[in-house]
Design a protein around this ligand. Sequence first.
Ligand SMILES: [Zn+2]
Length: 278
Amino acid sequence: MISFKSKKNRISFHLFITGLIGTLVLLFACATVPLTERRSLRLLPDSELLSLSLQQYSEVLKKSKLSNDPVKTHMVKRVGENIARASEEFLRESKLESDIKNYKWEFNLIEDDKVVNAWCMPGGKVAVYTGILPLTRDDTGLAVVMGHEVAHAMAKHGNERMSEALLVQLGGASLSLALSKEPALTQQIFMGVYGAGAQMGIMLPYSRLHESEADRIGLVLMSKAGYDPREAVPFWQRMNEKGGSRPPEFLSTHPAPETRIKDIKSHIPEAMKYYKER
Ligand SMILES: [Zn+2]
């Protein structure tokens, strides 16, 4: 009886330690999202995500037709570089300057009028599809889209999504050990999150939380880059009007049109504090 009890105690002590290690792993794997200050789970080293992202991005570019319109291509690069500069400034001001080295910015315009979309992979690898340009109309409209997409990368939503998927597959305590031994699994999850979708111009939808966070940070980034954040409202109205029976991809992967515009309006005063007129 006594020995059974002590064995039971040993087991619960073991469980306690395993749980404690698991909790510590998760605690130290948490980081804070700039601006919103939400704690988010990031189990993967940025370097690993960056190398997966580089491979996948060049795959996508190889399989896509880049636009040969010099004016539009230049516009995408110009607005992208302004947003990138604003992002780095924003990271510096958020005391996250050590993060800047994790971005290898690239902005490409892919020729596909049917794809109303844009995305940014970890490390600042951006693709814009020609199909979204009639809706963005000008540099400011494009800055709304670009700010939003870069904000996903800046808030490390990809790492968080992959971490959640890894947690489900591997479980808590053995995670850090398993990660080092499971590069294939990490790659497979990355492909699940970014791969197949990026080939077709559509990413897996982000959660509502990630979407509204990207909207809020995106407004600040565009403002810092010198684009009027108030223009985000008419841009999203144009996106909604385009909706109809077959909504554009950018819209269908980014939910709740009326609530979104309401939320964006509520964040404009905050963004205006960062707005530097060009
Ligand atoms: Zn988004």
